[in-house]
Design a protein around this ligand. Structure first.
Ligand code: GTP
Ligand code: SPV
Ligand code: MN
Length: 585
């Protein structure tokens, strides 16, 4: 007999949505395999070449449903002020009423699946449990990859009411009635009229960031949009870094980095703990500890290749669900822009039509993705299953900036580091619907994912700083500076290791830096360019700070803070004043 709170949640949802059948996901392979077969029989998924891609499937979403929808994502707190000005808000009562009408009988003729899942190792005191109800087999199979699912989770929950409710209904995949709603005060998530990634895999952005950030604020920890990686030096010591970049700005790539030849030879290794989300606490030793609540990767496919990210590519060679990539019909495999130089001759594009190479259109959607199991990743950290997580030496913020932000700089204190995170800006990507390439403020890469007021979120960061005896140093990076012809100046990818090593050297007090108006910059000579076809002069160019441009930037920050509203902490305004004064010196 199930937990009575879960049972009531399921009964109430069933009464509302009227599914023909209710199926509890047990986590057993037999049940999952039957669901895979069913999805193939109905055309929801296609089985790919089982010699080349064993256990791999292709799925296409509706063309109107290919990314997160931030303008239809709501934070429903009883007081509007608590959701803040950056989030879209709706009164919870009104929202439940609106959703009730949409859900009504929406699962007639369908099955409702009950997915018990754990974010984090099942049963650990740092993990949290969710129950997602959904009428999509695709969601069940993705949740099985991205989280830990099944009966063991219900056993760990016992008779406790402490879990996050999630109700997902595809309904008619109607764009005009698509809503991703969060009720942080009720630990509840409701998602309707979508069947895409971050909108429907409710353990990910909805729970592990929006609801969890709210919980973290109450309980004294942090839920962040960060990758976690370990760098092992030739002596076998591993140091850990967490990094927050906005969606499609390089987290998966950095998390699975392969060191350049010169470092590989010396014995350096990089270990992936997580590629998207970090839950961070203060440990008993006074350091910050980060764990990855996920169990898989929902990664951007385009641009992933043998050279840019071989580890990701290898991870997707089995047990993977590909979404909205192109179908190579010659050998029943998959393709996306950037996988190989040559395009396969015969493809079906992401919309399901024969691909015409002359059309100038993309064969794979720019936000097409792979859902792959963490355990298949060749560089998965041995600490991946450690419920405590790993201790952080550094926190890194970064965005996609053609100009302005230098390759790397270091903040001067925790408070200044929080300021650096709060002023992050990045060019928008295909990960969310809307225009691409527009610079927007995205503090800590959390603009779309903070479940409460952004000013309060900054205050929480400052508050956490007071509790950490040995805080990690905070840095900012930018891999995306462009030259006048629009080419990336910095080689990026594996070579980002060169910047990470400078960061770690700073953490260990092994290298000097130069003071600048925005913080500490490297001496150009301290970024190792051995084996690259760029010179120290290029590094100098990448580290250049244009004071005029930064003064304009400061104006933009002022406007953004004003938009967030009165809860922006005074400490951050003081940091802004210092920045402006430094720039005018
Ligand atoms: P989400 O899953 O949306 O949170 O994205 P992410 O932050 O994990 O981004 P990801 O690593 O998937 O990279 C997104 C895009 O940026 C891909 O097309 C990459 O090829 C590209 N990219 C990643 N790292 C670099 C880099 O160092 N330099 C350049 N120029 N491009 C990069
Ligand atoms: C992101 O957009 O940051 C992602 C993909 O990681 S999604 O799961 O759609 O949020
Ligand atoms: Mn992400």
């Amino acid at each position: 007999m199930a937990n009575k709170y879960v049972q009531k949640f399921v009964d109430d949802a069933a009464a509302l949505c009227s599914p023909d059948k209710i199926v509890w996901i047990t986590g057993e392979e037999e049940q999952l395999e039957a669901l895979r077969r069913e999805a193939c029989a109905t055309g929801e998924m296609e089985l790919l070449n089982q010699e080349k891609l064993p256990g791999c499937y292709l799925h296409r979403t509706a063309p109107n449903d290919v990314a997160r929808v931030e303008h239809r994502t709501l934070i429903c707190t009883s007081k509007k002020e608590d959701a803040g000005n950056i989030n879209n808000w709706m009164d919870p009562k009104e929202c439940y009423k609106m959703l009730g009408e949409i859900y009504k009988d929406s699962m007639k003729g369908r099955t409702m699946y009950v997915i018990p899942y754990s974010m984090g190792v099942i049963g650990s005191k740092f993990s949290k449990i969710g129950i997602e109800l959904t009428d999509s087999i695709y969601v069940v199979l993705n949740m099985d990859i991205m989280t830990r699912v099944g009966n063991k989770v219900l056993e760990a929950l016992g008779d406790s009411p402490d879990y996050v409710k999630g109700l997902h209904g595809k309904v008619n995949v109607d764009e005009e009635k698509r809503y991703i709603c969060h009720f942080p005060e009720d630990n509840t998530i409701c998602s309707v009229n979508s069947a895409y990634g971050g909108n429907v895999l409710l353990g990910k952005k909805c729970f592990a960031l929006r609801i969890a950030s709210y919980q973290g604020k109450q309980e004294g920890w942090m839920a962040e949009h960060m990758l976690i990686l370990g760098i092992e030096n030739p002596e076998g010591e591993v140091k850990y870094i967490a990094a927050a970049f906005p969606s499609a700005c390089g987290k998966t790539n950095l998390a699975m980095l392969i060191p350049p030849e010169i470092y590989k030879k010396k014995g350096y290794k990089v270990w992936c703990v997580g590629d998207d989300i970090a839950w961070i606490r203060v440990g008993e030793d006074g350091r910050l500890w980060a764990m990855n609540p996920e169990n898989g990767f929902f990664g951007v496919a385009p641009g992933t290749n043998e050279k840019s990210n071989p580890n990701a590519l290898y991870t997707t060679l089995k047990d993977t669900i590909f979404t909205n990539v192109a179908h190579n019909t010659d050998d029943n495999t998959v393709w996306w822009e950037g996988l190989t130089k040559e395009k396969p001759a015969n493809m079906i594009d992401w919309k399901g039509n024969p691909y015409n190479a002359e059309s100038g259109e993309k064969a794979a959607h720019p936000n097409s993705r792979f859902t792959a199991r963490a355990k298949n990743c060749p560089c998965l950290s041995p600490e991946f299953e450690n419920p405590q997580g790993v201790p952080l030496s550094a926190i890194v913020f970064g965005g996609r900036r053609a100009k302005t932000a230098p390759l790397v700089y270091e903040s001067t204190s925790w408070q200044n580091g929080v300021f650096v995170g709060s002023i992050m800006a990045s060019e928008t990507t295909a990960a969310a619907s809307g225009a691409v390439g527009v610079v927007r403020r995205d503090p800590m890469a959390m603009r779309p994912f903070t479940g409460y007021d952004m000013g309060d979120y900054f205050a929480h960061w400052l508050e956490m700083g007071k509790k950490i005896k040995n805080p990690p140093k905070i840095f900012n990076v930018n891999w995306f500076r462009l030259d006048d012809e629009g080419h990336f100046i910095w080689p990026g990818f594996g070579d980002n290791m060169r910047v990470l090593l400078w960061i770690l050297a700073r953490c260990e007090g092994k290298v000097d830096a130069v003071e600048s108006p925005i913080g500490f910059l490297p001496n150009a000579e301290d970024i190792n360019v051995e084996g690259l076809d760029i010179t120290v002069d290029t590094i100098k160019e990448l580290l250049d700070i244009d004071k005029e441009v930064w003064l304009e930037e400061a104006e933009g920050i002022k406007d953004f803070y004003a938009q967030i509203g009165e809860r922006v902490p005074a400490e951050l305004y003081a940091e802004l004043d210092t920045l402006i004064a430094n720039l005018k010196k």
